[in-house]
Each structure stands twice: as structure tokens, then as C-alpha cells.
Design a protein around this ligand. Structure first.
Ligand SMILES: *Cc1c(COP(=O)(O)O)cnc(C)c1O
Length: 421
């Protein structure tokens, strides 16, 4: 459920019409709803009620400072995968004791900066990372809490590009070797094993892969404890999917996911960490765009928007579906027509939807992509020298631009010239 609904024939974000915001901000832009963000965060929190737990929001899903601060004020921890994200979280006021550092290729300089700022735990992905981290911690006279990311070889049943828990994926230590790697970690100075980490993929719409993975983790906890390791935390990753279309996807509810966690690992006495990204922010934003023109091709009509693949790359990258709706509510008896919905970028991949039934639209009409909050603004680029689009946050009847649209000069003047030109 979200807070983007029609009132009196107009699409609203909480208590403001999308049209009013568009008039002030200009299109295209991302539009986040505070109430929706909070609702999703609280649902995840309630799903784990009765367990000792920390929700570490996955910063890479949407990393604007205003979003991080909104979640931090609720008590959220954060999962970061780079120093840039770490600094974003700290700057937003998140205590380093609530930040976990994940990522398959951490660099020494990143590790150093994070260690000097403080961290809840490193989620370590390999023996060589253990070596680097231990040497650095000795050098810095500190002790680093670590979990080792396990690759459980479970098929997440999601898009291949966002599947991370199969043995052929680059992530984690193969489950067959993980006891050896823990034994090795225990021999290294200045590392303190605190737990196990797993993250099998994103946009999971079925609970079974989570159940398979967490069952393997539970067995592993027993084995590692027998080996003498102190396993007191389980980082169960993120990945819970969201409905992108009201018709064809019915992901599990947070409550069902929470019940599964309690069932599979609740008896182990560990503190639970989860790293949800998409499920918190995905349906908490729209991408609002304007129709530039409508062009008739040989066999189809192209709806050409002012938003493009550089603003929202998910359809081009993952063949993903976003519901596209008119900002003016279609009347009950209004006719629909079929469009290929495209942007102005010079790539055929710049296609948001093929053969999509939508109300009749005309130039200057506004449309909104639903479910644009996760992996939207953060993946944007300036391809075709299109400026990064603004992010806007609504709260009740107020809104604020939380990242302005740069001017063309600002974009161009970031380039610097060599002395010979
Ligand atoms: C991307 C990522 C997440 C978040 O995944 P969602 O599908 O957005 O919930 C969590 N943990 C790690 C390690 C990730 O890489």
C-alpha cells in the first residue's frame, strides 16, 4: 500500500496533487512519500517483533540524505557497500554501531576509512579480504567484528542479473568451504567473529528460496558453534520483492517473511539483522514525466516522454515492468489505446514499455511510473548530456526538493581541461 492515490480526479502524493509539484519543479522528477517510507519500514520492524533485531536499510536502493535521515529517525541501521554509502549514512546521523559494511570488492582505503569511523560489522566475502582486514586492524590497533558472507547455492527464482546466492554468482564464500574459512578467520589477529551473513538476491516473490537458504544457515550455526566459534548475529540480507504490477506479481507480505525468519532461525538465540532496500523504498516513489509527443509508426504508436533510460534504467537493464498511470484520473468510461512508451535517448533500449494499454494521452499530459523508488534515482546517469533529474519528498501537505536539478552550466563545468587546450 502506498500514499499515491487519486483524489477528486487528480493523482496525489499524500495531500498534494502531483500536478502542483510538477508545475513548480518541472518534469521529469522522482517523487517520494514519507508516509509510505515509514509505513514500509514499520511493517518490516513489526514483522520481527519479539526477536532482538536491527533493520539495516540497504542504502544502495535509494541514498538521498533526506531518505536516510527519515529512516534513521525511526531507529534504522544501514547496510552499505562502499565508502560513499558509509559516509552518506554517517552524515545522515546513523550511528556507526548500526552500520554493516557489505560488498564483494572492498578496497584497503575504504576499509581504513570505515575502521577509523567505526562500524558494527564487516560482512567479509573472501580469505583475501580477511587477510587485508586483519593486517589493517593490527596496524590500526583495533578489533573488527566480522561475519562471513555465505553463498548457500540457492536459486532465488528472480531475474538472473539480481540473483546473488547461486554457486556461479560472484558473491560470498561457497557453503562447502565456509567452515574452513571460519577456522582460518579464527587464526587471524584483530578479527572477532560475531556472526554469519547471507543475501541471495533481490525482488524475490516467493518465500521458498529464503526458507532453503535460512535452513542451511541454521545448520551452519550449529556446525560453527561446534567448531568453537561465537555466532551471536545472523545477517539475513535483503531481497523481499514488491508488487510492480497490480495484476501479475503477488510477493509475500513482510509478516509472512518475518514468520519464516522466526521459524527457521528464531531458536538459535541470535540477534537478527536484515538488509531490506526495495521493499522499503520501491513503492515509496513515483517517477513523474511529461508527454513530449505521440508518433505513429508503421504498426504502432510511440508515446514519447521526457523521461528516459538514463533517469530510470530498470526496464532497459532488467526488462522490468513499471505501472504507468495518468496523473489525471481516467473516467470510468474512458477508452484506452496501446502505446510503446519510450524516452528521447538515442538507443532502442530506451523503451519503458511495449504494447502498453493506457488512456488516450496528448502532448504535455503528465504520467507517473509507479514503483520507481528503488534502484531508480541511484542508477541515473547523464547519458545524452541529460541532467540528473530532481528528487522531491512529500510529507503530508508539504514537499521539498531534496536534490535539485543541476543547471546545464553546472553539468558542463564539472569537466576540466588539460593544459594544452
Ligand atoms: C542490494 C543488497 C541488499 C538489498 O536488496 P533489496 O532487494 O533491495 O532488498 C541487501 N544486502 C546486500 C548485501 C545487497 O547487495
Amino acid at each position: 500500500m502506498d500514499h499515491f492515490i487519486y483524489k477528486d480526479g487528480e493523482l496525489c502524493a499524500e495531500s498534494i496533487t502531483v500536478r502542483d509539484i510538477a508545475r513548480e519543479v518541472g518534469t521529469p522528477f522522482y517523487l517520494y512519500s514519507t508516509a509510505t517510507l515509514l509505513r514500509h519500514y514499520r511493517l518490516m520492524d513489526e514483522a520481527l517483533a519479539g526477536t532482538r533485531h536491527l533493520i539495516c536499510y540497504s542504502v544502495k536502493a535509494a541514498s538521498n540524505q533526506a531518505i536516510l535521515m527519515t529512516l534513521a529517525a525511526e531507529g534504522a541501521g544501514m547496510d552499505v557497500v562502499s565508502v560513499g554509502e558509509y559516509l552518506r549514512a554517517v552524515t545522515a546521523g546513523v550511528s556507526p554501531q548500526k552500520i554493516v559494511f557489505s560488498g564483494v570488492g572492498k578496497m584497503i582505503e575504504e576499509m581504513r576509512l570505515v575502521l577509523s569511523g567505526g562500524i558494527r560489522q564487516f560482512n567479509v566475502e573472501s580469505e583475501s579480504e580477511l587477510d587485508d582486514l586483519s593486517a589493517l586492524a593490527v596496524d590500526m590497533k583495533t578489533v573488527v567484528p566480522i561475519s562471513i558472507r555465505v553463498n548457500p547455492d540457492v536459486d532465488a527464482l528472480t531475474h538472473a542479473k539480481i540473483s546473488t546466492g547461486k554457486s556461479e554468482n560472484k558473491f560470498g564464500v561457497p557453503i562447502s568451504r565456509v567452515r574452513q574459512v571460519y577456522a582460518y578467520a579464527a587464526t587471524l589477529p584483530s578479527l572477532k567473529v560475531v556472526g554469519i551473513d547471507v543475501h541471495i538476491g533481490s525482488q524475490l516473490t516467493n518465500l521458498e528460496p529464503f526458507a532453503l537458504a535460512y535452513r542451511k544457515i541454521a545448520e551452519l550455526v550449529k556446525a560453527l558453534r561446534e567448531d568453537g566459534h561465537d555466532i551471536s548475529r545472523l545477517d539475513l540480507g535483503g531481497g523481499l520483492g514488491i508488487p510492480y504490477s497490480r495484476s501479475n506479481e503477488v510477493p509475500p507480505l513482510p509478516m509472512e517473511y518475518g514468520a519464516l525468519i522466526k521459524r527457521e532461525v528464531g531458536h538459535l538465540g541470535c540477534e537478527i539483522e536484515i538488509e531490506p532496500g526495495r521493499v522499503i523504498v520501491g513503492n515509496a516513489a513515483l517517477l513523474v514525466s511529461r508527454v513530449i509527443s505521440i508518433k505513429s509508426g508503421e504498426s504502432r504508436q510511440f508515446l514519447i516522454l521526457d523521461a528516459a533510460m538514463n533517469d530510470l534504467v530498470r526496464p532497459a537493464m532488467y526488462d522490468s515492468w513499471h505501472d504507468i498511470i495518468s496523473v489525471v484520473e481516467p473516467s470510468a468510461d474512458s477508452q484506452e489505446t496501446v502505446y510503446d512508451v519510450v524516452g528521447p535517448v538515442c538507443e532502442t533500449g530506451d523503451t519503458f514499455a511495449r504494447h502498453r494499454w493506457l488512456p488516450y494521452l496528448k502532448p504535455d499530459d503528465l504520467v507517473a511510473f509507479r514503483g520507481a523508488g528503488a534502484y531508480g534515482a541511484v542508477m541515473a546517469s547523464e547519458y545524452n548530456s541529460r541532467r540528473l533529474i530532481p528528487e522531491v519528498l512529500v510529507k503530508d501537505d508539504q514537499f521539498a526538493v531534496i536534490r535539485p536539478r543541476p543547471t546545464y552550466d553546472e553539468m558542463i563545468n564539472r569537466d576540466t581541461l588539460p593544459s594544452w587546450l
